[in-house]
Every structure is written in structure tokens, then in C-alpha cells.
Design a binder for this molecule. Sequence first.
Ligand SMILES: [Fe+2]
Length: 392
Amino acid sequence: MTTRVLTTFWRFSSGFKTPSQKILTTHLPSSQISTATQASIFEPIPREELVTKFKSRLRDRQFLPGSSGGGFPEFLAKPRDSFPLGVRVNNRNQSSLAELTAKCMEYVEENFPHSPAILFRGLPAKTAEEFSIIAQAIQDKTLTYEGGTAFRSQVDKNAGIYTASHEPQNYTIEPHNEMAFNDLYPSKLFFFCLKEAADGCGGETPLVINKEHLSKMDPKVVRKFEEKQLRYVRYMSDKSRGEYMNWQHVFTTENREDVEPRAKQQGYSGITWDANGDLYLWKKGDAFIRHPLTGEKIWFNQANSHHGSYYEAMPTFLGTEIPDDKFPCHTYYGDGSAIEPEALQHIWATTWECAVGFQWRSGDLLVMDNLAVQHSRIGFTGDRKVLAYLTA
Ligand SMILES: [Fe+2]
């Protein structure tokens, strides 16, 4: 990686969990998905309704790590039959939003094993306040985003909802499982579309099935990550220095004494402060987990999306010179050796090969099994707003 010097910065985070839900085995067509609730208020959305009018380009896309290297598909693929599973909510009984949310969650529990990404359309919700009602009606344990790495802001502290991302909007965020780098990660992830991007302006939320991604990977690359594991390193400046990411924001505290126990809880074994009051963290971890219900081996890490190359491709960092230890995050193999450029390119290409995009509509609620599905964001122009909520 090149050595670079930091200029402008901004970013953030916080949150997490342990797995607690039902999960994926194989994907069935939506016609085979049967539930008691489906017959009453839920009906499948025709796949054509989820297909975007324009295809977003991936190969040679500006501000997309690796897109000019080998193996990238030319365009983002369309949704498949049941990925994501689109469901229209018919409110025939004029139920409240909270009651409908409870029904949706029953539906999720019944269908997640086959469909780990479910898009609900037609809920009587359009605003952030209504997403708060949805979040508060979900019975799972709410997780904060403390310790996270994305730049997010809290929209409703009581309900635990955040903006999805404040990364520069022309930047395309790589697919990842939310907080997979952390010992405490969400098992479910909820996105709510406040405003869809205009046709042809990007802004899709591409989805990737982890199991499929692993099946596309070169066994030699997989074996190396199995043997060596991963090392995550992070750098957070003191807030007074005004850099991209500061530890006060990440750990939601002004006190250094609060940081160490919280960092340890998240699995960091290396915690160092320098004379400027800047914080350095590192940890070693597996690149794979076993799904708690299916026992399936899953590619579950942020080897690429926490690598310095993620930041090098970001408009915020263009033209800057940053040493590896001053990237907000960086990854190595577990023994401290560099991940080869060709291995990174392979991960990027195979991820995007599996990615599908779908058409957001304002008011849509997307529920994902965070252990089974990666999510991302295509860079966009114009206005587009998505909110996030995380649960254990
Ligand atoms: Fe994310």
C-alpha cells in the first residue's frame, strides 16, 4: 500500500450483538414460501417491480475499489426470484403500524431460513418518526452502533435508529456484513427508505448471499485466510485534531478511561495511545464463522472493506498520503503480513459477481439476516435517504 498523508477527514460510528435468530439453508422460489400470515396480509411483489429501470455500471466505476481490475461484472445484476424476497403489505384491517410491524416480524422469523433478505412494501410509513415506531415495535434487543467504522449519525436515540451512511454519495460502498470485524455484531439489520434515488441515479443497496460468495472463491485464497486468520487495525485521532474519525465519537465518550473496557468487549487485544492522545487498536480474528442455526461455514469478515484500499478509493482521501497505520482501518493476515493485491482483487470481484440490486421505493423496509447477507451501496447523484436499525 502506498504511503500517504492525511488531509481531510470525517466519519463515525457505534453498535452490535450475538446471533439469536433463525437462518438460511437454501433459497426457495417465492412460490414455495408458505406462511399463515402470508395468506392474510402479505402477497409477493412481482420480480419485475423490483428491477431497476437502469442498470448501474460496476466495471471501471469511479470510486469503487478494484473496479478497474480483473473479474468485475460490467453491471449490477437484477434481483432473483426470491432474493430479495419482495412482499406487499395489505392493511385490510386498518391495523396500526406497530401491529403490522409485529406481523412482519412473524413473517421474517418464518421465512428467514429460506429468504435472508425480505423487502416489505406498503407499510403505512414514510417518515423517520414512523420508522421509529417500527423499530420500537420490533421485539429483538436493540443494538447501538458504538465501535463501528462507518460515518453515521443518530436520528432517534430512544428508538436506536441511525442514518445508513454519510460516506460521500458518489462513493460505492463495498458489500459487507454489518460489523463483522467486531466480536459483537448485529444478527438482523433493518433499512428504511426515506427517499429513493431518481431513476438512473444509482443508490441501490446491493445484496450478496455469503454462502454463495464463499462458493465462488478460489480455495487457495480461502485456505490462506483459514490458516492465517485476519488482523484488524484501527486508528482514531483525538477529537481536537479534527481528523476523519475520532475516538470520542466512535466510543461515544469524552473519557479515555471508558474506552479500554469497551474496546476489550469488542474483542480488541491491542489498545495503545500516543502522545497526541490518538488511539490505536488491533485484534486478530477468524475470517469465517459457523451459522448458529445451520452450522454452515460462512465468509464473515471485513478483509476488504476495512482494508486501507477502501479509503484510498474514497473521494475524501483523494490526493492524500497515508501510512498504513493512519488509515481509519486496515487489515492484514493474522500474522501481520500484507494481504496480496491479487487476493483483494479476487475478493472484490467475486463479491460483486454475486451482488444483486433492487428498486427501492420510499417507505420500503428491508430486513436482512446479517450473518447470511452482505449489503452495500451504489454511489448516487441527487437525493436519496436510507435509515438503519440494528438488533441482536
Ligand atoms: Fe453497513
